[in-house]
Design a protein around this ligand. Structure first.
Ligand SMILES: Cc1ncc(COP(=O)(O)O)c(C=O)c1O
Length: 395
């Protein structure tokens, strides 16, 4: 797959960008859609009666349909937010909880899917419960099921770990939790960029992801919400049917119930262009490319004596293109800094997953390389050469 020319930043500035789990580079198709909005289409939606505004409303609602088709859900359940974090906060403030209720989390969660639930638990007097991992760092499904009971009001779970790249077997887990009556939120931030997702088949109550991690604009995110009667966490303009001096009647059974205020229209249009771009390249082709890169990196880095790879081999478990590792005797920040000198961009730290790192006894953090559709075998080879250099510098 040779798509580098589609990405202006990569074309103009030769670097080996392997921090895609943090954010991805943007194709010209997305940048042009955002520019076109500001240059040719800029007007507020849902309000104006003049052609520019009517057109902006049409494009906005069309974008909602495109994103809904992309993840296989009906469009009236797609809410635009500012990102995954925002989507989860919205849900964590809306799901009714009371004293004694339980919220089940997994050690694979990003802070975005931990902290809003800890805060919700605090407000309601509910309790956060954690399931455990097996030795290979996959979820212990027996343990997870044992922890789901009638008190479990929420299961908040990631589809793909942003540290380990492990793809969780969600169909089985969601079905089990739904049978017990829990509200299930799936964090798809690291899944949507890497594979074809079918939210309808997953059967969850909420599914969330960010535009910027899937080659789209920053500041735009998506919340698929099955139950549109939940209480909106944010109120104001555009989410109401009427407002009097005494109070407001909120929109019912419509996504705008959760979209108070003027939305990020440029972001929405950019995200729709991004979905068009991804479908043109093909999610299957993207997944295959990243899997190939992951295996190449896994084999080459794994053969270096001082490198420890985290999680199960891609031969044993389904993994997305995310690879965390440590180099014995070298701090993760030193590893990343030495690689950066040769233009190789990887991440060092705890990747907004402190509980996982503490549990693994890796308080200093790890390094993480994460792949995208524009990465090549040569990028992987540069990563490996860089890590080899690190082991020479820190003998
Ligand atoms: C799995 C996962 N969930 C949530 C987030 C938060 O995404 P955002 O910062 O776009 O809200 C991230 C970001 O790294 C992530 O990897």
């Amino acid at each position: 797959m040779n798509v580098t020319d589609d990405f202006p930043l990569l074309k103009n500035k030769p670097l080996i960008y392997l921090d895609n789990a943090a954010t991805t580079q943007k194709p010209a198709a997305v940048i042009n859609a955002v520019r076109k909005f500001y240059e040719e289409e800029c007007a507020t939606i849902h309000r104006g009666l003049y052609p520019l505004s009517i057109n902006a409303t049409r494009l906005y609602e069309h974008a909602r349909e495109r994103i809904a088709e992309f993840i296989r859900v009906p469009s009236q359940h797609i809410v635009f937010t500012s990102g995954t974090t925002d989507s989860i906060n919205l849900v964590a403030q809306a799901v009714p909880l009371k004293k004694g209720d339980e919220i089940l989390l997994t050690p694979h969660e990003h802070h975005a899917n931990i902290v809003p639930w800890q805060e919700a638990a605090k407000r309601a007097g509910a309790k956060v419960v954690w399931c455990t991992l097996k030795d290979d760092l996959t979820l212990d499904l027996q343990d997870l099921k044992k922890r789901i009971n009638k008190r479990t009001k929420v299961l908040a779970i990631t589809q793909v770990s942003n540290v380990l790249g492990i793809v969780n077997p969600l169909k089985e887990i969601v079905a089990y939790a739904k049978d017990e009556g829990a509200f299930v939120l799936v964090d798809g931030a690291q899944a949507v960029p890497h594979m074809q997702v079918n939210v309808n088949q997953l059967g969850c109550d909420a599914y969330v992801f960010s535009g910027h991690k899937m080659y789209g604009p920053t500041g735009i995110g998506v919340l698929y919400l099955k139950d549109l009667s939940l209480e909106p966490a944010r109120t104001g303009g555009d989410m109401i049917n009427d407002v009097t001096a005494e109070g407001a009647e909120f929109a019912k059974n419509e996504p705008r119930r959760f979209e108070a205020g003027t939305p990020n229209m440029a972001g929405v249009f950019g995200l729709a262009a991004c979905v068009d771009y991804l479908e043109k390249v093909g999610m299957g082709a993207i997944h295959a490319q990243e899997e190939k890169l992951l295996r190449r990196a896994w084999d080459a880095l794994g053969s270096l004596p001082r490198v420890q790879l985290l999680g199960p081999s891609p031969d044993k478990e389904r993994r997305a293109g995310i690879l965390a590792f440590t180099v014995k005797g070298v701090a993760p920040h030193d590893v990343a800094e030495i690689l950066a000198r040769d233009g190789v961009c990887i991440r060092a730290g705890k990747h907004c997953a402190h509980p996982l790192h503490y549990q693994l006894g890796l308080a200093e953090g790890t390094n993480r390389a994460s792949f995208a559709l524009y990465n090549t075998d040569e990028d992987v080879d540069a990563l490996v050469a860089g890590v080899e250099k690190v082991t020479e510098v820190f003998k």
